[in-house]
Ligand binder design. Structure first.
Ligand code: AMP
Length: 420
């Protein structure tokens, strides 16, 4: 026997009928985004690895440990995208899309790649939906993007999730927070895990994100960013909170919330779902006012979020939420001998020409086996053609719900089904 292959660790095949569930999540997301005036964007699966190192931050786990980096045949260092924002910012800059007083609002569906330890809810090829909004500086845009994010979960019927909100400050107020944090951490330095000791030099804020319980306990009382916000960041955050309350979007303040990517400024949020166990983050987002400039573009603020599709699906399953099935129940056109099968194939084609779903059986089977097949397909109608039907020019159309049968001139069947 020839060697057989398995999908790589941490990846999965999305097969029917599960792919219907994916489609439902994605089409709901598209619908919600379009309501908010967003348009779809698609960018390459791989980019120069420097884009991510620069955009996300060298010291982040994503870049330093998890990125799929490879040298292409031209000797260039490339990486499979570990997240969506950096590539979209690259496209925004490359295509010179920045405009005075205008917003560029895009949404996406994409695979992301991270070399992580595969476990429940954590994949090496994961899938995200997300949006990015470039241009607006004010908190109104933050509130609207968060509202869009929550509208998707609401529309899907997911319940029991929690919006957690923080402000990370800006380049004006961050240095004083960083200093206070470094001072506080240096007192407990020896007790921090080796990774966090390293983080103290590169980006002490990331210590908040450490998974170790000891580090978590040590930073529980460390200075948080909200206590060091400058006047502008304070008023931005206050207005955002006021808007969320007015929109009746409940949230919890999460002063230790930092994100796994370095580019966030001011607003940061995540959505948690307790049914997910250790991988409880449904989604993460934030403002990244310095990123476009950092990646060579004109100073342009931005805000966005990315939400895991696998996690949203899991939350749907946990909540026992039924996904609407395939609505177009079609017709199986049954041919009982060679000539009728030929006619069945042509009739199925003209039914499809009316925009209706039609299939034929491929296996030279008798009536009984084909009727069973119609059942398996969930067909609404069976159209039967045999020697007699071809002679009289009239097909038998059976309503598989009621069991009623009608005789319909073969050429009229598509129109008849269309009206039915
Ligand atoms: P991030 O880009 O890390 O902020 O992730 C945004 C969201 O994507 C997370 O909240 C998860 O829902 C999802 N996600 C990120 N990485 C993975 C992964 N390796 N496997 C499954 N979902 C992921």
């Amino acid at each position: 026997m020839a060697k057989s292959y398995q999908a790589p660790r941490g990846t999965q095949d999305i097969l029917p009928p599960v792919s219907d569930r994916w489609h439902h999540l994605e089409s709901t997301f598209r619908k919600v985004c379009e309501r908010y005036g967003y348009q779809e964007v698609r960018t390459p699966v791989f980019e120069e690895s420097g884009l991510f190192a620069r955009g996300i931050g060298d010291a982040t786990d994503i870049v330093s440990k998890e990125m799929y980096v490879f040298e292409d045949r031209g000797g260039r260092s490339m990486a499979l995208r570990p997240e969506g924002t950096a590539g979209i910012v690259r496209a925004f800059v490359e295509h010179k899309l920045a405009g005075e007083k205008s917003a560029w609002k895009v949404f996406y569906f994409m695979s992301i790649f991270r070399y992580e330890r595969p476990q429940a809810g954590r994949y090496r090829q994961a899938h995200q939906v997300g949006v990015e909004c470039f241009g607006p500086t004010g908190p109104d845009a933050d509130a609207e993007v968060i509202a869009l994010n929550m509208a998707w979960y609401r529309e899907l019927g997911i319940r029991g999730h929690e919006l957690r909100l923080n402000s990370l400050g800006c380049p004006v107020c961050r240095p004083s927070h960083r200093q206070a944090l470094s001072e506080a951490l240096s007192e407990v330095r020896g007790d921090l895990c080796p990774t966090c000791q390293g983080r103290m030099e590169t980006n002490p804020l990331r210590v908040f994100d450490c998974k170790s319980a000891e580090c978590q306990a040590l930073v529980a009382s460390a200075p948080s960013t909200v206590d060091y916000l400058c006047a502008e960041c304070q008023s931005h955050f206050a207005r955002l909170r006021d808007l969320l309350e007015a929109m009746e979007l409940p949230y919890e303040l999460a002063p230790r919330l930092v994100r796994g990517l370095d580019y966030y400024t001011r607003t940061a949020w995540e959505v948690k779902y307790s049914g997910l166990g250790a991988q409880d983050a449904l989604c993460g987002g934030g403002r990244y006012d310095g990123l476009v400039e950092e990646l060579g573009g004109p100073a342009t603020p931005g805000i966005g979020f990315a939400a895991g599709i696998e996690r949203a699906l899991y939350a749907l399953e946990q909540g026992g939420i039924e996904i609407p099935g395939r609505s177009a129940r079609g017709t199986l056109v049954i041919g009982l001998d060679e000539e009728s099968r030929r006619r069945a194939l042509l009739l199925a084609e003209s039914i499809r020409g009316h925009g209706l779903r039609a299939e034929t059986d491929y296996f030279d089977r008798g009536l009984k086996a084909q009727m069973k097949q119609a059942d398996r397909l969930g067909a609404r109608w069976a159209v039967i053609l045999g020697e007699d039907e071809l002679k009289t020019g009239r097909a038998v159309v059976r309503d598989l719900e009621s069991g009623d049968q009608s005789e319909v001139p073969i050429d009229d069947v598509p129109g008849w089904l269309d009206r039915a």
